[in-house]
Design a protein around this ligand. Sequence first.
Ligand code: COI
Length: 355
Amino acid sequence: MQNSTPISLTKIANSKLPEIDFSSLVFGKSISDHMFVADYQNGSWGDFRIVPYGPMEIYPGNATLHYGQAIFEGMKAYKNEKGEVLVFRAEANAKRLNESAARMCMPQLPESIFLDALKQLLAVDRDWVPQGKGSSLYIRPFMFAMDNYLGVKPSDTYRFMIFTSPVGAYYSKPVSVKVETTYTRACEGGTGEAKAAGNYAASLYPALKAQKEGYDQLLWTDGKTHSQIEESGTMNVVFKINGTLITAPTHGGTILKGITRSSVLQLAKDWGQAVEERFLTVSELEDALKNESLEEAFGVGTAATIAFINKIHIHGKDYLLPEVAPDAFSKRVLLALDGIKYGELQDPHQWMLTI
Ligand code: COI
């Protein structure tokens, strides 16, 4: 394997692999044997190493713990029938990490370091990549501040790490969502488009509230007027109304530039499917539910790929969506994405990186 980043390797003494039941993987529970670590000091990245996954020491004054300078990515590797490991759109994640880093005053990580680290880590832990439809290796690259300093300012030192986790389906059944009109995930000028840890922390309270009311997730609305749909839970969201896909545009700073989102839109374009990248208003959605012109609604994200929505709560009322037909766009796009990811279908956009 071509690798220009010098990465030292310390292998685990006893692999945890025999403890893993690959037939019942719970998202995020099992962590693979090794992790990649790099440190940023004096303006450059160095000390590249792959070591056994385990705890690490940080000072109680670590700036991340206090002011939340932390960003992450989510991506997945798959095993094809030949046993080769394929990663979906790795370069897009490397690029987005740097976009998040810029917004959070964190240093840029050269894409070559990101990709070399990923390739080497996956080569070391390739036996952790599950084989079989529905399962994959979730990859978590992340960066956080390392200064031991309590003043509020961008840290001077950072750590970048990658660890992985074999996973099964994120949602085992369609999800119910509630339109959120009190709390906000993101607002103009905020950090909504960055994959910043704090965005997820701020979403926990309203999400938990909705879960206590019996819904799986939220449909987030804009922070100013709560009249436009933005995202769903930790995913982008797509609606199909009167034959057209509608999803929020990503140029306003509040919407995450989802890589699954852009892949779904690319396939829609390839298939000649009508798409509108615009905000759907809550009242449009309510009307479409009432007059049954809403054909499909689904979340799109790395963890779930496609999360079918079967119930939407708006203005005190629950609306049930029709069962997803076998030829529905969301079903077809999920099949096509899975086919590409597991190496069964052609990869016309060169999305897969073979390790
Ligand atoms: C995704 O599905 O893209 C996510 O970011 C989910 C993750 C926060 C578990």
